[in-house]
Design a protein. Structure first.
Length: 162
């Protein structure tokens, strides 16, 4: 009975596979939105103000970071929690694939969130004259919370590895 229950629990990890597949659909949606933003960006090159162009570029960079985050979470989580990806050596295998455990994934995730938050904060500061000071203060506090959390996670990881 116990062995059957353990096999059932262990096999239930495959319930996560469709969720990771769903993340690839999210990646497709992000790609559609990215190219939609590129379409809106082209007229800014000629007719737009420099600040509008920079804000649009920051939005595109933000989407690229989110896309990389989705790929990283999708692939490494699948490998950590479901099954190894059996890729041929001739395939273009990512260097970090199979080497990232859940702790390093969390740290990379935290750093990516800080980078994304930094871009959002920079976009807000470029448009600061249209945003009330109290809201800007809250955005900075939230960003600093992300920074401190990422730092604390890295520090805890370093302390627990020794």
């Amino acid at each position: 009975m116990e062995r059957t229950l353990e096999r059932l629990i262990y096999g239930s990890r495959w319930l996560m596979a469709p969720i990771y597949l769903g993340m690839s659909l999210v990646l497709i949606a992000l790609a559609v939105k990215f190219f939609q933003e590129i379409y809106h960006f082209v007229p800014l090159i000629i007719h737009g103000a420099e600040s509008d162009m920079v804000l649009k570029i920051l939005s595109l960079v933000d989407m690229v970071l989110v896309g990389g985050l989705i790929v990283m979470v999708m692939l490494s989580s699948y490998e950590n929690f479901v099954s190894r990806l059996d890729l041929e050596e001739s395939d273009e295998k990512l260097d970090w694939l199979g080497k990232m455990d859940s702790t390093s994934l969390k740290n990379k995730l935290a750093v990516s969130i800080v980078a994304i938050s930094s871009i959002h904060l920079l976009k807000l500061f470029m448009n600061a004259e249209n945003i009330p000071n109290d809201k800007l203060l809250w955005y900075v506090v939230i960003h600093l919370t992300f920074v401190i959390s990422a730092f604390a996670m890295g520090l805890l990881d370093k302390l627990t590895r020794h």
